[in-house]
Ligand binder design. Structure first.
Ligand code: ZN
Length: 481
């Protein structure tokens, strides 16, 4: 008896749940129509990387022309060697067709060993940034020479991610990071990190119509519609869609057949990947064409390039915010704050509390623990420490890992927490411990985050995740202007 009573209750609950689930999409659509003006931007990008199979040149050309025909501009992230090969093969038709879109950068050699995570894993932040620029800089210059524009964005080959790239890319004048990966992410939407606008780790807003597997177009289209409706309900945002031109003409990846598990054959020994048939390629072009045509027809949807996204999201430097609010936030937790229509990183707020002008700085290059074992710091010693922190940041455009109180150290986190709690009057400043909340936006899986068939088997890079977390001082949501 009791059982059937419970059963009835459960049945009623299930009925209600089913009802809610049935009307949920309708509610979403209704909410979306209320905010019909909220923009949904689609970043469509192509990692243009296969420099071994010449048919991949034709694939890039075909895709670029199809999209131009649809009135859509995409972002072609080109590998340095791919650009040089196009030049050598005299494929100016491809160069011209791609140049009508936005040109991004996808590393100098992509999969020739050592790839970025390999050569950066054992290097520090500053040394690593210099090494990244030494190895990858020439390819970006080749792109500028061949395409006539400086690349607007960069994204790592495979999962060969490393935080030192951010400082190098800023120095190279590349302001956007456009790719996919799990090392760092913020609510499936664009964010600022290391001074670059990141369209990265987009989760439920990273979509595609699969080329293989026979998914009906209606299914991919519905997935797009749902994501667009959700974004509109959230007040607007970005959907990220990516392909590789080589996928349209080959059934296996050009690098997988040559550089898997750390292999590095000589150029003369490179093998060409297996081809799709002409009919299969045509079917793939049709999938992309129809998917883009559908997305474009959805009200409020606009295709944008990486360069345009930078215009839409503005600059990483914030206008100063109210000091009391910043201090209250930072004394409890060191992480970004969205307030008064501004987005502030922990680094932005630390600079503001130190009385500095807003500017892009890096996070600390190392992690140093506090050695201070007192409950408070005398005013004069603390003011000297503040002045020294300001001097370090001005000189290095980077946060110090620690700040000195005489012969004792305060970690940058403990220093920030202590500074935030200072009323600027007391003779003794109470020592507060850090709560680096921004670290939760980083992966703690050093093997999974770098999992890529081209990396040596079992490759793991906890050092890069740690360095990435240290740069979490610069992390904050990007806000549409
Ligand atoms: Zn790639």
């Amino acid at each position: 008896m009791g059982e059937s009573y419970i059963q009835k209750g459960l049945d009623a609950l299930m009925t209600r749940l089913t009802m809610i689930l049935t009307i949920l999409p309708l509610l979403l659509v209704a909410a979306a129509s209320l905010r019909a003006d909220a923009p949904v931007y689609v970043a469509l990008w192509f990692d243009t990387e296969d420099y071994i199979e010449p048919a991949a040149d034709d694939a890039a050309l075909r895709i670029a022309r199809d999209l131009t025909g649809l009135g859509v501009r995409a972002t072609f992230k080109v590998v340095g060697e791919k650009a040089r090969v196009l030049e050598q093969r005299g494929r100016w038709d491809v160069v011209r067709a791609l140049a009508l879109h936005d040109i991004g950068y996808h590393s100098n050699f992509h999969s020739v060993q050592p790839t970025p995570a390999l050569y950066l894993r054992d290097l520090g932040y500053v040394e690593g940034a210099a090494e990244f620029e030494r190895r990858e800089g020439p390819g970006a210059l080749d792109l500028a020479r061949i395409f006539g524009v400086r690349p607007s964005c960069y994204g790592q080959p495979g999962n060969s991610w490393a935080p030192q790239a951010n400082a190098a890319l800023r120095h190279m004048g590349i302001p956007v990071y456009l790719d996919e990966g799990s090392q760092v992410g913020l609510n499936d939407q664009p964010f600022w990190y290391g001074g670059l606008l990141h369209i990265y780790n987009m989760g439920r807003f990273q979509l595609r119509a699969p080329l293989d597997g026979g998914e009906p177009a209606a299914t991919s289209d519905e997935r797009f519609d749902r994501a667009a409706a959700e974004l509109r309900a959230l007040g607007g945002g970005v959907i990220s869609i990516y392909y590789h031109p080589n996928e349209f003409v080959t059934t296996e990846f050009w690098d997988g057949v040559n550089f898997a598990k750390g292999a590095n054959p000589e150029r003369t020994a490179w093998r060409r990947p297996r081809r799709r048939t002409e009919a299969e390629s045509e079917r793939c072009y049709r999938v992309l064409h129809d998917y883009v045509a559908h997305a474009k027809s959805v009200p409020g949807v606009r295709f944008v390039t990486a360069r345009e996204l930078l215009q839409l999201y503005g600059s990483p430097s914030p206008a100063p915010a109210q000091r009391a609010h910043v201090a209250e936030h930072m004394s409890a937790r060191q992480t970004f704050l969205v307030t008064e229509g501004r987005s502030l990183s922990a680094a932005d707020m630390l600079l503001s509390l130190l009385g500095m002008q807003p500017e892009v700085v890096d996070g600390p290059a190392t992690r140093i623990a506090s050695s201070l074992d007192r409950a408070s710091i005398p005013r004069a010693a603390f003011e000297r420490a503040k002045a020294d922190a300001v001097s370090f940041i001005r000189a290095n455009k980077r946060l110090p890992a620690a700040v000195w109180i005489g012969a004792d150290k305060l970690s940058i986190g403990d220093f920030a927490a202590t500074l935030s709690g200072d009323d600027r009057v007391a003779a003794e400043i109470v020592f507060r411990r850090a709560n680096l909340e921004f670290e939760k936006y980083f992966s703690n899986e050093p093997r999974k985050a770098f999992d890529w068939p081209i990396h040596p088997e079992g490759f793991s890079a906890p050092e890069l995740l740690e360095l990435g977390k240290l740069q979490g001082w610069t992390l904050k949501p990007a806000r549409l202007r």
